[in-house]
Design a protein around this ligand. Structure first.
Ligand SMILES: C[S@@+](CC[C@H](N)C(=O)[O-])C[C@H]1O[C@@H](n2cnc3c(N)ncnc32)[C@H](O)[C@@H]1O
Length: 272
């Protein structure tokens, strides 16, 4: 099952990577012109995990087309981007060239990275839309642990599973559980960048992971959880259906007027 999910999801991500790059989420021209893709929430997670990244070895897990990898490299990190999509990695390499930035890029399943990368990294960085593709959360956390050098840190910023349950906001309709209950099959046209994007392989398999399950997996992998914060506002409209930001420039989902958790940040350390 996990193997089938991997194949189906990789086909979908190869297709998405082909069409991503000049859209409402990924603005390649701005990136090439020098803009950073890191949001305030990601900057905070990095700051909490390691302070400044200059001079550090960073593994960017599920790096997609390399926007954050390039931004981290520009901040002085030595960055290895890892993803299972060869199309995404080819695009990341092209963008890095255009940006004049060096990236090491590795094609691998995030749950089973090559052992030559073990114990090499000061920071394992993964953000926004990574864990829902992972059937075996324990394996993902163990991989993050093994990639870190002793004393290294994981910075994970993820879509909160509460908001991940919501299919449509008006009318309010849920189509995903809060916590893990096995695979969920979807067949959704387009991508989060554009629902009309010409994605051919639209079938995906996704998995829910509650915040408690993520913390428990991190601890089970031998990591010490140092920081867990749930954010009731997001710096971007990751869903594409939130409308205008609120007066402070942030996006919220409000139910009965109260903002629900949108993202969470987890910082955890490998023992030194
Ligand atoms: C939503 S994107 C991550 C977005 C990224 N934070 C960014 O800003 O571009 C998810 C990425 O995870 C990758 N992916 C999904 N499952 C994977 C797996 N098992 N191993 C490695 N990469 C995987 C996809 O190829 C895709 O590039």
């Amino acid at each position: 099952m996990v193997r089938d999910a991997l194949l189906l999801n990789r086909r979908n991500w190869d297709d998405r990577a082909r069409v991503h790059g000049q859209d409402r989420i990924y603005d390649s021209e701005s990136l090439v012109a020098g803009a950073s893709s890191l949001t305030e929430v990601e900057e905070e997670a990095i700051q909490l995990a390691v302070g400044r990244v200059a001079g550090l070895q960073v593994i960017h897990l599920q790096c997609h087309i390399g926007f954050d990898s390039i931004s981290l490299a520009r901040a002085g990190a030595m960055v290895t981007g890892l993803d299972f999509s060869p199309v995404a990695l080819t695009k990341a390499a092209g963008l890095a060239r255009r940006c004049g930035v060096d990236l090491a890029l590795v094609e691998a399943d995030a749950c089973h990275p090559p052992s030559r990368l073990f114990s090499r990294f000061d920071l394992a960085y993964a953000t926004i839309g990574v864990l829902c593709w992972i059937g075996d959360l324990d394996a993902w956390m163990s991989a993050a642990h093994d990639l870190l050098r002793p004393g290294g840190s994981l910075a994970l910023v993820e879509i909160h599973p509460f908001v991940g349950m919501i299919d449509t906001l008006a009318p309010l309709r849920l189509d995903f559980p809060y916590s893990f209950d096995g695979p969920h099959f979807f067949n959704t046209p387009g991508s989060y960048t554009d629902p009309l994007a010409p994605v051919v392989s639209t079938a995906t398999v996704q998995f829910a992971h509650s915040v408690g399950e993520v913390v428990t997996a991190a601890v089970g992998a031998g990591l010490t959880v140092r920081w867990l914060r749930e954010h009731t506002a997001a710096p971007r409209d990751y869903r594409g259906d939130l409308g205008a930001p609120e007066a402070d420039g942030r996006y919220r989902v409000r139910l009965g007027g109260e903002p629900v958790p949108m993202l969470y940040t987890l910082v955890a350390d490998r023992a030194g």
